[in-house]
Design a protein around this ligand. Structure first.
Ligand code: NI
Length: 147
């Protein structure tokens, strides 16, 4: 992050994305009405992502699920997904893998452990190139659910 920008100063940057993805996003924006535009819609997405992160409880015990959809033909994605998961055997309680079609896989991980470790795992997996959709649903637990 550049420290040279004042907090509310608008900064322009360009984003590369598949045309069909942008088209679908524009359609969604159009449904919001006249005032809606791409910049505002992307600002909203970023704000909501930051808020979500603030709700994290790294020091608490958490339970949750991580859902991913990816194309298993993407580079060495499956190997990397595997590689990372093998470093979190304590946190990964169970996994389910569904071969959706010729290209796409759905993978669901049941997670339990220290928040910090669970978020770290989710960030690593969802950050991999080729993971098209990813969502971590997580909640802090009370003592009775702790190991
Ligand atoms: Ni598969």
């Amino acid at each position: 992050m550049g420290a040279s920008h004042a907090s509310s100063e608008l900064v322009r940057f360009s984003i590369a994305m598949p045309a069909d993805l942008l088209e679908a996003f524009d359609t969604q924006i159009a449904r919001r009405g006249d005032g809606a535009n791409r910049s505002e819609a992307i600002r909203d997405l970023i704000r909501s992502s930051l808020v979500k992160q603030e709700l994290r409880t790294p020091d608490a015990q958490v339970i949750g699920s991580l859902t991913m959809i990816y194309d298993h033909h993407t580079g060495d994605l499956t190997r990397r997904l595997d590689e990372i998961q093998h470093d979190y055997t304590t946190e990964i309680v169970s996994t389910m893998h569904v071969h959706l079609d010729h290209h796409n896989c759905l993978e669901i991980l049941a997670l339990r452990g220290k928040g910090k470790r669970v978020y770290e795992l989710a960030d690593k997996l969802l950050g991999l190139r080729g993971v098209k959709h990813g969502e971590l649903t997580c909640a802090a637990t009370d003592q009775s659910l702790e190991r």
